[in-house]
Write a protein that binds this ligand. Structure first.
Ligand SMILES: Nc1ncnc2c1ncn2[C@@H]1O[C@H](COP(=O)(O)OP(=O)(O)O)[C@@H](O)[C@H]1O
Ligand SMILES: [Mg+2]
Length: 297
């Protein structure tokens, strides 16, 4: 838990919630606040009782946690870990790479161009969404409505990643679909109070409305679940993921991204959907633990 990405604080919350659920279920967990490689060297040592780590429960979010890097380290140590494997984690973290896979497989996703310093930004149709390719929690993302805002938006995104994408803006409502071991959960509808589902709307209580199931026609709910399950398979995911969508004004869903290590506090989106579908938090956590594995095993 913790980690060195801008989502550190959220990860600490996730980690605490997971640890207490594991304890309720009778497991012995040792929290590791990961700030650097020295913290991980503990994984290589045997505990005083002579036991090695059985499983690493990954509660990290964002770069160096959700992006395949720590997963690669754990593969070398031969320590089974929760969540998706190396390749899937890396692709899902990278919005440009995952979008290429969605497009090749006819999964609707907003179109995008990659930012390049030589490009003429004045020709980009507005509104547009400027994003770092590999971040989370809406960090570094701007909705650009006027030409004069574009340069600042690119500059902001560049602070978080050298790969920046400029995406078609979809006017509509947000939805998120959890997928547990390949099976889609009930879609959640999200109505942020402000312009979009930004960092504050995600984590400051009371600013966002959630609907379970999301308030869309039945066919849209079915489509959301079908696309979610298909993305899980196409991107080679394991365990529990959350897929973010925008549903346009004609009720057509567009995939934004796949989160391979979604927030896991009792009030996070995926646990809410699981609870609605009859899987309480502690049980969900144990299911994720049971799905822990290695890519090469
Ligand atoms: N193409 C888009 N059209 C409209 N809103 C968008 C678009 N892309 C992102 N957003 C807004 O930004 C939020 C975060 O975008 P997302 O791609 O899910 O990145 P993150 O990894 O930061 O969650 C979305 O939940 C939505 O509110
Ligand atoms: Mg998102």
């Amino acid at each position: 838990m913790g980690g060195i990405s801008p989502e550190r604080e959220i990860s600490l919350e996730t980690g605490k919630a997971l640890l207490s659920a594991l304890e309720h279920r009778g497991y012995q967990g040792v929290p590791i606040d990961f700030l650097g490689i020295a913290d991980l060297s503990r994984l290589m040592e045997k505990s005083p009782g002579g036991r090695k780590v059985d499983v690493l429960f990954n509660a990290l979010h964002g770069p160096y946690g959700e992006d395949g890097t720590i997963q690669g380290f754990l593969e070398i140590l031969r320590i089974p870990y929760t969540g998706s494997g190396v390749l899937s984690s890396a692709i899902c973290m990278d919005k440009v790479m995952s979008k290429r896979i969605f497009q090749l497989n006819d999964i609707p996703t907003p179109s995008c161009v990659l930012y390049h310093p030589d490009m003429d930004l004045s020709h980009i149709p507005l509104p547009a969404v400027v994003k770092p390719s590999r971040q989370g929690s809406t960090i570094g993302i701007s909705i650009v409505r006027e030409k004069k805002e574009m340069e600042g938006a690119v500059k902001l995104a560049k602070r978080y990643d050298r790969i920046v994408l400029i995406e078609e803006y979809i006017r509509g409502r947000e939805a998120a679909v959890g997928v547990l071991d390949g099976k889609p959960l009930t879609p959640i509808g999200i109505t942020p109070a402000g312009e979009f589902y930004d960092f504050d709307a995600k984590y400051l209580a009371g600013t966002t409305e959630y609907h379970l199931p999301a308030l869309f026609p039945k066919e849209t709910l079915t489509l959301l679940q079908r696309y979610a399950a298909r993305c899980f398979d196409l991107l080679g995911c394991r365990s529990a993921v959350r897929i973010d969508f925008i549903v346009d004004e004609t009720d057509r869903p567009f995939v934004l991204e796949v989160n391979t290590l979604p927030g896991m506090t009792a009030h996070s989106l995926l646990p809410k959907a699981a609870a609605y579908d009859g899987i309480e938090f502690d049980e969900l956590v144990e299911r994720i633990l049971d799905l822990a594995t290695l890519d090469y095993c």
